[in-house]
Design a protein around this ligand. Structure first.
Ligand SMILES: Cc1cc2nc3c(=O)[nH]c(=O)nc-3n(C[C@H](O)[C@H](O)[C@H](O)COP(=O)(O)OP(=O)(O)OC[C@H]3O[C@@H](n4cnc5c(N)ncnc54)[C@H](O)[C@@H]3O)c2cc1C
Length: 461
């Protein structure tokens, strides 16, 4: 009889674990099931470029079915764990509860944005974590420029043309840099917005940005971004957000309708529902082989787990794709070993380096002891990421997108209605509403434009 191995989460950790198991153990001996909320793997390092339009959004994801050979993909969301009966419960793609039995379980549900109890943040802040977030933000920036062409009131222009990011880690900084670059290019087509001027701002509570890389490179980054007119506020905190302004710890009130919150991540809340041991930071506690403390049959990896790394004094690995990917491969090997194939090994990984893309052919990079900045770092970052995105077709598509975008100006088509087809009886029902090929309920309609752009609560505009 075949063993049942269940992997939860189709991201860097989960996908690599499933692939490692199916590569090591024959399909006759093991049935691998990957429970994933989406049928694709999102290559998050490319999200800022998907938002800025240098990469087509579909090209930053790879279908899991294309990458996995013998693994059964089960779309759904894990809702609970019953260790007595060795089952997990999920809500399947239809929304119905379902049970899946396991002999071995690998948990890789990732993380969510870490928010703080700041008044108005949950209602008016936007995250930058998923493909939907990236597409929404791009459409929101374009729509803000469009609306700025239609209003004369200076206060409303300030609100529409001020874009604030909170959190100076690499994800937030790259998103800000790429989108500002995109907006500066796009501004050529918006005379009223150009005459009024845009304002891009980064708010960081700490004394420096990019805490994870060398201070020299962080200083270079700040210098480059300030030269581009980006207002960078260090040692400053967000105090409150409304639909029309933010308040900072300096007492300033800044008119804006765009607040992007990129101030770190926290483990996916599902880990709190499983009855497994957690560390003080809420990650699943595991041993050096990534087996969950106090269990024989469950492993946890990626952003959701505190995996000790002997290379860095057994401190938990940081929440990065580099680690999640290697932990997935290593956990797959250890699960196979527990089924009698190969030998288990503890996790250990030395960071290869890090890249922060600043747009405009500039980046900063740390590769071992080597510190690079400017166009060479930018070229290295692109080369590295192309080598890492899974699937040959995605590698080629990324290179083609970049090549095609070189001679042409930015695409400012705002396609927020995609995925929100209008009802058949809508008075303005038209072909561009995007019904063709959609399997969504026709009632899922994009709200009408009403001259207002507010974050999050109006995401479809
Ligand atoms: C904008 C951005 C840029 C980044 N750039 C870099 C970079 O350049 N380099 C780098 O190393 N790291 C980068 N990261 C971090 C990196 O994306 C994460 O560390 C990595 O994705 C973590 O892998 P994971 O497998 O733990 O989680 P994820 O890759 O997030 O995968 C988790 C998966 O689990 C699914 N899931 C969640 N809950 C459930 C549930 N209940 N049931 C079933 N499935 C569930 C999710 O839908 C998701 O598919 C970036 C992150 C962001 C947001």
């Amino acid at each position: 009889m075949a063993w049942n191995v269940v992997v939860v989460g189709g991201g860097f950790g989960g996908f690599n674990a499933a692939r490692a198991i199916e590569r090591r153990v024959s399909p006759e001996s093991v049935k691998v099931t990957l429970v994933s909320e989406q049928n694709f793997l999102l290559y998050t390092p490319f999200l800022p470029e998907a938002a800025a339009g240098t990469l087509e959004p579909r090209h930053v994801v790879t279908p899991l079915r294309e990458l996995l050979k013998h693994t059964r993909l089960q779309l759904g969301s894990m809702t609970g764990l019953d260790r007595e009966r060795s089952i997990i419960t999920i809500r399947n793609a239809e929304g119905d509860p379902q049970e899946i039995r396991y002999d071995r379980l690998v948990l890789a549900p990732g993380s969510i944005s870490r928010t703080l109890p700041i008044p108005g943040l949950a209602e008016h802040g936007a995250a930058f974590k998923s493909l939907a977030d990236a597409i929404w933000l791009r459409n929101h920036v374009i729509r803000s420029l469009e609306l700025a062409e239609t209003v004369a009131d200076r206060r409303r222009l300030d609100e529409l043309l001020t874009f604030v990011f909170v959190g100076g880690g690499y994800a937030g900084l790259e998103a800000l840099a790429e989108l500002q670059d995109f907006a500066v290019d796009a501004l050529k087509m918006y005379p009223a917005a150009r005459a009024h001027g845009m304002r891009w701002m980064l708010v960081e509570a700490g004394p420096r940005v990019l805490a994870e890389i060398d201070p020299d490179l962080a200083d270079y980054t700040v210098h480059q971004l300030r030269r581009r007119g980006i207002d960078i506020r260090l040692e400053t905190q967000l105090r409150g957000v409304t639909a029309h302004e933010i308040e900072l710890s300096t007492g300033e009130h800044i008119a804006t309708r765009t607040l992007v919150w990129t101030a770190g991540v926290t483990p996916n809340p599902i880990v709190r529902e499983l009855g497994l041991p957690l560390t003080e930071h809420g990650r699943i506690a595991v041993d050096a082989s990534m087996r969950v403390d106090g269990t024989d049959e469950i492993w946890a990896i990626g952003d959701a787990a505190a995996v000790p790394n002997p290379i860095s004094d057994s401190r938990p690995s940081p929440p990065t794709a580099q680690h999640a990917r290697r932990q997935g491969i290593a956990a797959g090997r250890n699960v196979a070993a527990s089924l009698g194939t190969g030998r288990a090994k503890p996790y250990s990984y030395r960071d290869r380096g890090s890249f922060v893309n600043l747009g405009r052919y500039k980046a900063v990079a740390m590769a071992g002891r080597l510190k690079l900045r400017g166009p060479l770092a930018w070229w290295m970052a692109r080369t590295y990421h192309v080598s890492q995105i899974p699937g040959l077709s995605r590698k080629i598509r990324a290179v083609v997108d970049w090549t095609v975008s070189l001679p042409f100006s930015r695409d400012v088509a705002e396609v927020g209605s995609i995925g929100h087809p209008r009802r058949l009886d809508h008075p303005n029902s038209s072909a561009e509403a995007g019904r063709a090929g959609s399997v969504d309920s026709p009632g899922a309609e994009a709200p009408e434009a009403d001259g207002d752009v507010a974050p999050k609560d109006r995401r479809q505009t």
